[in-house]
Ligand binder design. Structure first.
Ligand code: DGJ
Length: 696
């Protein structure tokens, strides 16, 4: 009754063998295989069958879409669980398949003995992103406890290297690589949020795959809770990437008739390295937004400027100066609630401090609006301080945890009364004040309770607010970059990439955060000369160039800056406003550096008519003079004019600049700029030169 399912979009395809009553198996995920007749599909299926190995099951092994032990799979099971305290032996058969078009398919599997139905959905987007979900329903008469339900995809033998991301506070999304040997490389995170070490992506590729080279397969779990990501290779010759929500024992109990859905797992394949993956994810994320993003406003965030020291005159002057330099959104960070003079109290009481704000926030909000900016406010709706009215009135709403963390506890948002209370408090604020933007923080690991329930509830709270206040924008922050994924971005408009505003750290954080996330949703701010998180001192030009490419903002006390600094900020904002259309719609490119000290990244317009690039010197370069500053992605048959973009502050060089720079730019064919390149400028460490290229 079923057939070989061939999902195909330009540049990518998925082929599944759904013939017969068995669970469909993967024949291919990767390049587009071209138009195939029915008989060619059958020949292809035949050609992919491996031999039967010695000491093996008596049929050829192909990875099924729901691999379990009973089919001869000895790797991580796609599904596992218990009924009545006993592990259930699972063995599925295909009971239904729908292939409504050339890009999507749904398969219905029934477990022959345990009374479960699993529905797996595959959708290949026009951008080549494979969206996958699984739903298990308990069709039996007694409860069934789910241990794991995940998505597994095959990777070929040639994908022998694995890249994933890790990190810590103020040092998020650091790459780590390894050879894929026999065994499982697994990243299980138990934070009750993504965490700073979140494996935001798992990539497997051909040896040496890089930003612009190699064939690579990537999975991303669009989920803001605990992750279970893996790359697994077996002596049988089978290798997989896998992604699932990590569940605690007994966390998901399905009563008869109940179901559990996995978060969406997003996959992408590229034969042009990680940049090819980014191109797919970015264009998918842009097209998938329910509400297209407006031009990303320049933000001033008050956190590092004043911390908890909320004083109207000081903030009013900060706002005045922000408006003078061209800031478009003023965001009042933590410290505005009743008694919130430090981080030990008041979470849960979303009321304005009557002592420091006797007339509420109105004077500040009105002042900000009168200066032509919109107003944003920090909140942390999922949390509660013991020293708060909320905790005193409803101690039963506090999620049990033996550990306080930043002096705070999580609120049990899965409790409908707690949820309604917080929603009510936030609505009261949004009704009273004209607030365009909430900076939504989450500053602790849960360390107890159900992460699943809490994550679902926090997304629901965001969704409830956005449906009541359709214009409201939300930023996802979690002690910096502890909640960054494409799932939370269905409910939010920006992520705070990290609490570090040190541009040297940010260069790496941006480079890797933007493999999956498009640049316009990644918040990057210009901080003080001496970074608060690292104590490192950097020039203004480096800070400006580093924040320029993202959703840009300022987190710097403009009331204590020089007039020169304000003039620089003004020029920088004007340049950002001129170029954000390109920065936030183009194709992100990153050069694989010959010398790791010298990095190049850029954005090329979809029609390749213009591009912006940054040449960045991170640390002392190996050579006194380097060749090959290249600008990939240009139209190789056209000529381009390259000019340095003045961001308002001088860039420091070691000694004499190359002639093209002293001439103020150069005109060359795209073929040369993209290929051979030009002489590197002699940038000092922690300097960046931003250049604009225009097709002639
Ligand atoms: C952590 C965030 O990442 C910071 O930007 C700031 O909002 C503080 N919390 C406020 O408590």
């Amino acid at each position: 009754m079923h057939s070989i399912v061939y999902l195909r979009v330009p540049g990518a395809s998925l082929v599944l063998d759904a013939r017969g009553a068995g669970v469909p198996s993967f024949l291919h995920w990767g390049a587009d295989l071209g138009a195939l007749t029915t008989s060619q599909r059958e020949s292809f299926a035949l050609s992919q069958l491996p031999p039967i190995s010695p000491s093996s099951i008596d049929s050829p092994r192909l990875l099924s879409i729901l691999p379990v032990e009973s089919e001869g799979w000895s790797g991580t099971p796609g599904i596992s669980g218990f009924r009545g305290g006993q592990p259930t032996e699972l063995s599925f058969e295909l009971v239904g398949a729908e292939v409504p078009d050339a890009a999507s398919a749904t398969f219905m599997l029934r477990d022959v003995s345990s009374e479960l139905i699993v529905e797996l959905k595959y959708g290949l987007s026009p951008q080549g992103v494979l969206a996958m979900t699984a739903v298990v329903t308990n069709t039996g008469s007694v409860p069934w406890t789910l241990a794991r339900l995940g998505i597994s995809v095959p990777i070929p033998t040639r994908a022998r290297e694995v890249l994933d991301l890790t990190g810590r506070w103020a040092f998020e999304r650091q790459p780590q690589r390894r050879d894929l040997a026999h065994g499982t490389w697994s990243r299980q995170t138990r934070h009750g949020r993504n965490g700073h070490d979140s494996p935001e992506l798992f990539a497997a590729g051909t040896p040496g795959f890089a930003f612009r080279a190699g064939e690579v397969w990537v999975l991303h779990l669009a989920w803001s809770g605990d992750h279970d990501m893996l790359a697994e290779s077996h002596a049988t010759g089978q290798s997989i990437l896998g992604a699932a929500e990590l569940l605690k024992p007994g966390e998901i109990q399905l009563a008869p008739g109940e179901h559990y859905s996995t978060p969406t797992v997003l996959g992408a394949w590229s034969d042009s390295g990680l940049d090819g993956i980014s191109e797919r994810f970015h264009s998918w994320a842009r097209a998938a937004r329910a509400r297209p993003l407006a031009a990303r406003p320049v933000i001033l965030n008050t956190w590092e400027a004043v911390y908890f020291d909320h004083d109207f005159s000081r903030l009013a002057e900060l706002a005045r100066r922000a408006a003078v330099v061209g800031v478009e959104r003023f965001v009042l960070d933590d410290g505005w609630m009743t008694g919130r003079v430090d981080d030990s109290r008041a979470l849960g009481d979303w009321t304005v401090d009557p002592v420091r704000w006797p007339r509420g926030l109105h004077p500040l909000v009105d002042h900000v609006h009168s200066l032509g900016m919109d107003f944003g406010l920090w909140v942390e709706p999922e949390m509660v301080s013991l020293d708060s009215e909320l905790a005193r009135t409803h101690p039963e709403w506090i999620l049990a945890s033996a550990q306080s963390w930043r002096n705070q506890y999580a609120l049990d948002l899965g409790n409908p009364e707690a949820f309604a209370n917080i929603l009510g408090q936030l609505c009261a604020l949004l009704d009273e004040y004209d607030i365009a933007y909430l900076k939504w923080d989450q500053n602790r690991d849960l360390l107890g309770g159900s992460t699943h329930r809490q994550t679902v509830a926090s997304w629901q709270l965001m969704a409830a607010l956005r449906s009541r206040y359709p214009g409201l924008e939300i930023e996802s922050c979690s002690s910096g970059g502890g909640r960054v994924d494409l799932g939370v971005l269905e409910h939010t408009d920006r992520v705070w990439a990290s609490d570090t505003n040190d541009p040297l750290e940010r260069q790496v954080i941006h480079r890797y955060t933007s493999i999956v996330l498009p640049p316009e949703v990644i918040g990057g701010h210009v901080g003080e000369r001496i970074a608060h998180t690292t104590g490192r001192s950097t020039d203004l030009s480096f800070r400006l160039a580093t924040a320029f490419f993202w959703s840009a903002g300022i987190e710097w006390d403009l009331t204590s800056t020089t007039d020169d600094d304000l003039a620089s900020a003004t020029l920088w904002i004007a340049a950002y406003q001129r170029h954000r259309g390109l920065l936030h719609s183009g194709t992100v490119v990153r050069v694989d550096a010959a010398d790791p000290a010298l990095q190049t990244h850029g954005v090329v317009a979809p029609d390749r008519s213009e591009a912006l690039f940054a040449a960045v010197c991170l640390t002392a370069p190996r050579d006194a003079a380097s060749t090959g500053l290249v600008f990939p992605g240009l139209d190789i048959d056209a000529d381009y004019r390259l000019d340095v973009l003045d961001l308002g502050a001088p860039v420091r060089h070691f000694h004499g600049s190359p002639q093209w720079l002293r001439d103020g730019g150069v005109t060359l064919p795209g073929r040369i700029l993209s290929g051979t390149g030009i002489a590197w400028p002699s940038l000092q460490p922690q300097q960046a030169l931003v250049m604009r290229l225009e097709r002639l």
